[in-house]
Write a protein that binds this ligand. Structure first.
Ligand SMILES: [Fe+2]
Length: 227
């Protein structure tokens, strides 16, 4: 479905012109990326879990090998990220990654993926978790890796693998979902899913760009106190 692939690319293009990528391009020191790097573990580990759940819960044999392949290829990504974060002091020795409070915008992306797995159709899952999630991920890693090279942050397998395989992951399963025209009711439904997912990623990246300005991570006490 060429039109849907094109729509996914269009949605992603909007994100690339946002504040996150402008600030990324202007980064001069590892501290300039510290805020959002610390958000990544939550997002990465939740996405891995959503992929594993998607395979585990899949009852349609036509989708099983696609979901298994995707979950397997991502299985160790969160732990690779963790190794890298400790090595480059984005986490201090003994600091638990789960002690970092994810922004609500980071949590919303994960919640949308979990909800897709639990409550939505396989086509919803492919559009949300492959076409958009993996497309956004491919753009993110393609832009971040050269900046990290410039900042002297050596990238390990976690980073390089993403750039290599996420372009394949974004199209994974697109041939399995019912094919339709853009203007059909089903096509409009597909467009809505692509739009919703990309808006949530846009909001997450915008929140991450605020963290570049050394916004303090909220503590639980502050979150409760703000009510
Ligand atoms: Fe991926």
């Amino acid at each position: 479905m060429k039109w849907l692939l094109n729509l996914g690319a269009e949605c992603r293009q909007n994100l690339l012109s946002g504040s996150f990528y402008r600030q990324l391009a202007a980064a001069e020191h590892p501290d300039d990326v510290r805020g959002w790097v610390r958000q990544m573990y939550s997002q990465s580990s939740d996405f891995n879990v959503a992929l594993a759940m998607r395979y585990t819960m899949c009852r349609d044999f036509r989708y099983q090998s696609c979901f298994a392949q995707h979950a397997t290829e991502e299985a160790d990504h969160a732990s690779l990220l963790l190794d890298w974060m400790y090595k480059h002091e984005f986490l201090q020795p003994g600091e638990k990654p789960t002690s970092i409070v994810p922004y609500l915008e980071t949590q919303l992306v994960s919640a949308y993926c979990f909800r897709s797995v639990l409550r939505e159709s396989y086509e919803h899952q492919i559009i949300a978790m492959n076409l958009i999630s993996e497309g956004v991920s491919y753009d993110f890693f393609s832009a971040v890796i050269p900046v990290f090279d410039r900042l002297g942050l050596k990238t390990n397998g976690y980073w390089v693998l993403h750039r290599e395989i996420d372009r394949d992951h974004l199209a994974l399963g697109m041939d399995l979902i019912p094919q339709c025209d853009e203007n059909s009711p089903q096509g409009q439904e597909y467009s809505r899913i692509a739009y919703e997912t990309s808006v949530l990623y846009d909001r997450m990246l915008n929140a991450w760009s605020i963290s570049n300005k050394k916004k303090k991570e909220p503590s639980l006490v502050e979150l409760v106190g703000a009510r």
